[in-house]
Design a protein around this ligand. Structure first.
Ligand code: HEC
Ligand code: HEC
Length: 297
């Protein structure tokens, strides 16, 4: 135990060295002098006290049971809260955004491309709308997946100008909108024999691989496929028929079996129309954003 001579009822006395009264507390022969608190310290103490009272009056300080004030507390006589401050700052952002939006909606795509501020505004808006609405199918960066086209490359099914992209987004592909992009690769299952389908698949592979060829396949391709995919397999954007000569595969894996399967049981991608779900300015922002991804043509 350290407090040997610590009395329960302290004996006050005058310390003979300093002539100051002691508190009567004593530890191992060391006595505590009863000096008053220094004046400067008292002043600081009083000032903080006054400050605190002033603060309670001016600012929101005390929680209340009634739930008065924005978050259930005293509001302070200035009505200032972090919430009102936040509202003001948000209001400022909304106003700034509204100004851009007005300028944006009155500008053609060409004008926007020539105005760095509006262009940046469009990209930012498009990027966030893309995350909210498109990323589920196209991936958050637009990189696509099997059956969902990559929007980052400059290989476009339906055209990569900003106006063509706008049309695709607004009306969709094989959607139920009246203006939808529409085309359908027919099934050749009953029209061609298995052998013929294999030969055509060989020819299609030969479009990207010089070591493979089929003259029978080439002839059948011309009769059955060229009307949509073109004589040389370059595709047709007016029908959304993919380029088969670029080794970018959208459905098939680039092997004979998967190409044959597309010929027998073609898959038809569906892209919803956004015309009735997003406002026109958001669709325009999306068009600019998607166009920027692909370095579109
Ligand atoms: C339900 C899935 C789905 C959603 C959601 C979706 N898409 Fe698509 N999108 C597709 C499919 C599938 C295709 C390919 C259709 C085809 O076969 O031609 C496509 C095609 C496209 C194309 C045409 C690409 C080309 O090469 O021409 C663009 C542009 C596009 N989507 C943009 C968007 C944007 C922007 C959004 C969000 C507003 C979006 N998509 C939302 C499924 C989707
Ligand atoms: C009426 C037009 C049309 C005809 C005819 C047609 N196609 Fe297609 N083809 C398409 C369309 C459109 C798509 C894309 C389907 C989609 O986007 O959902 C496609 C997709 C494909 C694909 C998948 C491409 C990929 O990137 O994965 C292959 C392979 C293909 N066609 C081969 C053929 C062959 C071979 C023939 C002839 C036997 C043929 N097509 C006839 C319109 C056609």
């Amino acid at each position: 135990m350290s407090s040997n001579n610590h009395n329960e009822h302290p004996q006050k006395e005058i310390d003979p060295h300093s002539k100051v009264e002691t508190t009567g507390h004593e530890w191992d022969g060391i006595k505590e002098l009863n000096n008053p608190a220094p004046r400067w310290w008292l002043w600081v103490f009083f000032i903080t006290f006054i400050w605190a009272v002033g603060y309670w009056v001016v600012y929101p300080a005390w929680p209340t049971l009634s739930g008065e004030g924005e978050r259930g507390g005293t509001t302070g006589n200035k009505g200032w809260t972090q919430y009102t401050q936040l509202h003001e700052q948000q209001q400022e952002i909304i106003q700034r955004r509204a100004k851009y939006l007005t300028d944006f909606s009155h500008s053609s795509f060409e004008e926007i491309y020539n105005n760095p501020e509006l262009y940046a505004f469009a990209l930012a808006g498009g990027r966030s709308a893309f995350k909210d609405n498109c990323a589920t199918c196209h991936g958050s960066g637009g990189a696509g997946a099997k059956g969902y086209p990559n929007l980052n490359d400059d290989d476009w099914l339906w055209g990569g100008t900003v106006n063509e992209i706008h049309h695709t987004i607004a009306y969709g592909i094989r959607s139920n909108h009246d203006n939808t992009r529409f085309s359908q690769m027919p099934s050749f299952a009953g029209m061609l024999t298995d052998h013929q389908i294999q030969e055509i698949a060989t020819h299609v592979l030969g479009l990207t691989d010089d070591s493979i060829a089929s003259s029978e396949g080439a002839r059948l391709y011309k009769d059955n496929c060229a009307s949509c995919h073109g004589n040389t397999g370059k595709g047709d954007k007016s029908q959304g028929a993919p380029n088969l000569a670029d080794a970018i595969w959208f459905y098939s894996d680039g092997n004979k079996a998967s190409i044959a399967s597309q010929i027998k049981n073609p898959k038809h991608g569906m892209m919803p129309a956004w015309d009735d779900r997003l406002d026109e300015q958001t669709i325009r922002q999306l068009s600019i954003y998607v166009h920027s991804l692909g370095g579109g043509k």
